[in-house]
Design a protein around this ligand. Structure first.
Ligand SMILES: [Cu+2]
Length: 175
């Protein structure tokens, strides 16, 4: 009986190792490069996780993460436009349809001057890049990394360590 239960435990452990479906480190990059969204068979590969909420300020010409945290899955982004010009957010390499690495991709949120828009994007864990895809805006400064954590636990550890994107304010070149 002892022997059997030990064997069962070992089998379960082996199955856990073999069948582990957690996304390996660097999966975000792999997803972006190996399986472009929109190509056959790629759109089913979506991150599984609790997701999260992030608030981003956008202006001429910068982004600033002001609140929230992104965990893998469906990430809701609220984009608050604090300028008088239209801006949007495209996440390069996003798994759900944003164009990979170009300026003619798909923004999932966009707002006219002093307006706010909310959208969701499916993201694997990793470091992503938010850009505004209005011509010239990215080059003028509208790009900012967005960290997507693998789990809520990992996100909480980052919060405790003060290492989140929030308030990672960079110099506004226009002030
Ligand atoms: Cu812009």
């Amino acid at each position: 009986m002892r022997r059997l239960s030990l064997g069962t435990a070992l089998l379960a452990f082996a199955a856990l190792l073999a069948g582990c479906s957690s996304v390996p480190e660097g999966a975000a990059d792999a997803q972006a490069l190996v399986c472009p969204p929109g190509e056959e068979g790629c759109d089913e590969v979506l991150p599984i996780g609790p997701g999260g909420e992030v608030e981003v300020e956008m202006g001429n010409f910068f982004f600033n993460v002001t609140d929230g945290i992104a965990v893998t899955g469906s990430v809701e982004v609220t984009a608050v436009n604090i300028s008088d010009a239209y801006h949007n957010i495209e996440i390069l390499g996003a798994a759900d349809g944003s164009f990979l690495g170009g300026a003619d991709g798909e923004a999932f949120v966009g707002a006219d001057g002093f307006e706010t828009d909310t959208g969701t994007v499916e993201l694997f864990p990793g470091e992503w890049l938010m850009v505004c895809n209005v011509p010239g805006h990215r080059a003028a400064g509208m790009e900012l990394p967005l960290t997507v954590y693998a789990s809520e636990e990992e996100a909480e550890l980052a919060i405790e360590a003060g290492e989140t994107d929030v308030d990672r304010d960079r110099e506004n070149p226009n002030t």
